[in-house]
Design a protein around this ligand. Structure first.
Ligand SMILES: [Zn+2]
Length: 49
């Protein structure tokens, strides 16, 4: 799952799809994808057999 961060207020939200607007401040199109190093490690752990 991707993490999204609001450029306006800095709130973060985990969602598969890009949120249309920030749930905290209501700013539209302010959510940007936040890249994390953990992401790749998690992907390895969650590998299904
Ligand atoms: Zn916000």
């Amino acid at each position: 799952m991707a993490r999204w961060k609001c450029n306006s207020c800095g709130a973060t939200k985990e969602s598969r799809c890009k949120p249309k607007k920030c749930s905290e401040c209501g700013a539209q199109n302010s959510m940007v994808k936040e890249e994390t190093e953990v992401k790749e490690k998690e992907a390895g752990k969650k590998k299904k057999n």
